[in-house]
Design a protein around this ligand. Structure first.
Ligand code: PMV
Length: 344
């Protein structure tokens, strides 16, 4: 038998309406909608070797050609969730080689791009995946990605992806994400996301722990209801291109996410003083210039600066003159709305 392999590049994504709170098996407490990114991605190659396995899932993981033992537990956990579908891996040794386009431990979640790239490789290698037509293949890959990391389910589709049962969208599901099929004003298809790296490295509280704290959270039900309302509102905004309303909704979602963390028991804060300095500068810039420059946050201290392509130069000038001093080593990543995964 010869070695079999599959390689995929899969992007990260940034949620506009946030997923925060889940129940078993990794199902979302509310629907979410995200921009797919282009420049922040993971490339993964899974190779099944012509060597007999000595244990059930017998593999080595490499990040940038170096063994990454610390990645193994999360991957093992993922395998255990889909083990019935991974029969083809049993009995053979395999390797996982992975590479991130963004700086290692930049604080950008690599789980969305990483888990979706891995799911795509595994599905390509599986006998059932090989027989699927394209739509079914990506839906299944999204379902597997979700079981690796919830937000990863949304990395499978270009432009905008929607995950979670949403009123008025019959194809939507808690099990997998779908490509957003509603009307999208062209301003959004070339939107920019400049990722401002406030802090690098491990977060103080993992997103798994954070999701868990939504169980029994005093404001959970109101928050989940608000997310449903915002999904409906955002669909209208995406169709009509109203940038002020877009910014208002997206910034409110980001701050609500962090407000949920601050009002959990135990409570915690992932924003840093520099995060707040940046938010104030953005509001000041907007007031002075009336330009459509907005922020969102994920579960960390970094800030995603969202704006239309038409103001890119002004936005980057603003970053370099006003925000750079608040960033770790002055670093930021220039990203934009992207077209989804690619087989390589
Ligand atoms: O996929 P997880 O478990 O890392 O959760 C991600 C949650 C947020 O990034 C905060 C929001 C989202 O919808 O991506």
């Amino acid at each position: 038998m010869k070695n079999l392999n599959s390689s995929w590049r899969s992007p990260s994504n940034i949620a506009l309406v946030k997923y925060w709170g889940k129940y078993d098996p990794q199902l979302p407490a509310n629907p979410s909608l995200s921009f797919t990114l282009e420049e922040s991605y993971t490339e993964t190659k899974v190779e099944i070797l012509d060597e007999e396995a000595s244990e059930d899932f017998d593999f080595d993981v490499y990040l940038d050609y170096r063994k990454a033992e610390d990645f193994k537990p999360k991957i093992q956990k993922f395998f255990s969730r889909i083990e019935d579908e991974l029969d083809f891996l049993r009995g053979r040794k395999f390797t996982i080689h992975t590479y991130n386009s963004f700086p290692h431990s930049s604080g950008i979640a690599s789980s969305a791009s990483g888990m979706s790239a891995l799911a795509l490789c595994l599905l390509s290698l599986s006998p059932s995946g090989a027989e699927m037509e394209e739509g079914e293949f990506f839906r299944k890959a999204s379902e597997w990605s979700r079981l690796g990391s919830g937000s990863a389910s949304r990395s499978l589709f270009g432009t905008l992806a929607l995950w979670g049962k949403t009123e008025g969208i019959a194809e939507s599901s808690d099990e997998y994400a779908i490509q957003y099929q509603g009307k999208i004003d062209p301003v959004f298809t070339s939107f920019r996301d400049t990722i401002l790296l406030v802090e690098k490295g491990q977060k103080a509280v993992s997103s798994t722990a954070g999701h868990g704290l939504m169980n029994g959270h005093p404001f959970a039900q109101q928050r989940f209801a608000q997310a449903h309302d915002n999904m409906a509102l955002l669909q209208k905004i995406l169709a009509n291109g109203d940038l002020d309303k877009f910014g208002n909704l997206v910034e409110s979602e980001a701050l609500t996410l962090h407000a949920m963390m601050m009002s959990s028991q135990p409570y915690f804060i992932l924003m840093k003083p520099n995060t707040l300095q940046i938010l104030e500068s953005i509001w000041h810039f907007r007031k002075e210039t009336q330009k459509p420059l907005f922020f969102t946050l994920d579960a960390g201290a970094n800030v995603h600066l969202l704006y239309p392509e038409s103001i890119e130069q002004e936005a980057l000038d603003f970053v370099n003159s006003e925000l750079k001093g608040h960033l770790k080593n002055g670093e930021y990543i220039c990203d934009r709305v992207g077209s989804g995964p690619r087989k390589i």
